[in-house]
Design a protein around this ligand. Structure first.
Ligand code: NI
Length: 174
């Protein structure tokens, strides 16, 4: 297992649409292992493959970390079958939008079908925080970030801030 570099906005790769996985093989499992390790190290509760520069429809999640037990979920080619008409609001952040948070409304319940770590067909009912988390990560597969739901002004401000931070970091590295 190895840590991967998490890409941050602004970065064109993050805006790419990810492609379906054709086969869950050892290489893909290695990628999922790396993604999970990278997510735990960040630390975060969800990560999509595109955030480490791989345009594949793969997501890792673990919303149980706070309780001290690890319960990773691997979603390959996830699809939303059904979602609730009722929304819930959470303050969201993203490993690719460091240090920025905003309240976002999303359906409070959804049903997802996907392939698991072993390539087996599965379905889950996601509620509350898991519902938000899954939808946030599935947006990444379409090249969408949570800041896209904000007003143009807010979004522009955040991207400007992130660009500045990036330049500052690059200066130190050089
Ligand atoms: Ni994210």
């Amino acid at each position: 297992m190895a840590l991967r570099k998490i890409l941050t906005e602004p970065n064109k790769i993050l805006r790419q649409k990810s492609l379906p996985v054709e086969m869950v093989d050892k290489d893909l499992q290695n990628l999922m292992d790396d993604m999970l390790e990278t997510m735990y190290a960040a630390p975060g509760i969800g990560l999509a493959a595109i955030q480490v520069g791989i345009p594949k429809r793969v997501i890792v999640l673990d919303i149980a970390q706070k309780e001290g037990t690890k319960k990773p979920i691997f979603l390959v080619n996830p699809e939303i079958i059904q979602k609730s008409k009722n929304n819930s609001t959470y303050e969201e952040g993203c490993l690719s939008v460091p240090g920025q948070f905003a309240e976002i409304d999303r359906p409070d319940r959804c049903y997802i079908k996907y392939l698991d770590y072993h390539g087996e067909k599965k379905e889950i009912k996601a509620e509350g925080m898991l519902s938000t988390c899954v939808q946030h990560e599935m947006d990444h597969l379409e090249g969408i970030l949570f800041i896209d739901y904000l007003s143009k002004l807010k979004k522009t401000m955040i991207i400007k801030k992130l660009s500045k931070q990036k330049k500052a970091i690059e200066r130190i590295v050089v």
